[in-house]
Every structure is written in C-alpha cells, then in structure tokens.
Design a protein. Structure first.
Length: 166
C-alpha cells in the first residue's frame, strides 16, 4: 500500500461505526516507521494537531481506517513537537524531497512511500519521480530497502544502489 492511498480515507470508530475524521497526513520517524495518522480537523487556523498513534489502529484497509474508539485520538499543541517527519505537509515532509546517492547523483524526488498495512508500521520502499515527462515515458522508479537510506535535513541519502533498485 502507498501513503497517498491512505491520505483522505475515512476513519471509523469500530465499536459505534461512527465516522470520526479523515486521514490528513502520516508522520514518519527517522527510523522509517509510521508513527501517527494526522486527522483532518475543522478550521484553517488551528494550531494544534489531532493524531492517532499507529499502534492504536484496529485496521487499515484500502477503503477505510478503523480505531477501537474515539478516545485514542490525541489533541493539543504539544503533540506537534512529537513529529519528526510528515509525508505530505509541513516544513519537514518527505514528499518531493530529493533522493541522492553518496556519489552525488540525484535519483529523483520522493513521490510516494510503500508500506504493508498487514505487517506493522515499517516503510518498505519509496516511489521516485524524475519529472512528469520521465514518468510518462519510463514510469516511476521503486526503490526498496530503506535500511540503505538515511533521512537528512534536505535530502534522503542512498548509501548503496544495488539489486534492490528496481
């Protein structure tokens, strides 16, 4: 599953069937783990976040996300301080960050992130774009094996471009 497929999905309370929100963004640790779902909240000028810890999810599927109850939603300004990286929004986001080899070659920019919803919160690979024309002519690249990658302040560093590169 890709993170862009998860963003925008409705979130339901599994005990009541009530729709409590939608997925706005996903928070990611420097160790390539999905840590939180950020929820859409009303109002453009809210300074606090509403999040759910990844471990609190009851199920994560193609069409919806389920939580055990609305009580697992955390809200507050201090929650934002827990964020290492986000995927889509904010100053420290992975989407569109360049992927560089240690030889100084830019592979492209992060277009999406792969994870397996049934296997926990570990990111298993990145989808890389090299621009619209290249995407149309050649398709996007998928690079598996995040153990070879390091998230830096302004780029992701790829330590080894070997067989896992597809």
């Amino acid at each position: 599953m890709k993170l862009l497929e998860l963003i925008g999905l409705p979130i339901y309370d599994i005990t009541t069937g009530q729709r409590v929100s939608k997925v706005k963004d996903i928070w990611i640790s420097a160790q390539w783990k999905l840590t939180h779902l950020e929820l859409e909240e009303g109002g453009m000028f809210r300074r606090h976040a509403a999040v759910i810890h990844w471990e609190q999810l009851a199920a994560c599927g193609e069409d919806a996300v389920f939580i055990p109850s609305a009580s697992v939603i955390e809200r507050g300004e201090e929650i934002v301080e827990q964020q290492e990286w986000s995927f889509l929004y904010g100053s420290r986001r992975l989407k569109d960050i360049p992927l560089l080899t240690l030889e100084g070659t830019q592979i492209g920019w992060v277009a999406d992130v792969y994870f397996q919803a049934d296997m926990g919160n570990t990111i298993i690979g990145l989808e890389i774009t090299d621009g619209l024309i290249s995407d149309l002519l050649e398709g996007r690249q998928r690079i598996d094996g995040t153990s070879r990658m390091q998230i830096g302040e302004h780029a992701i560093l790829l330590h080894d471009l070997k067989p896992e590169h597809q």
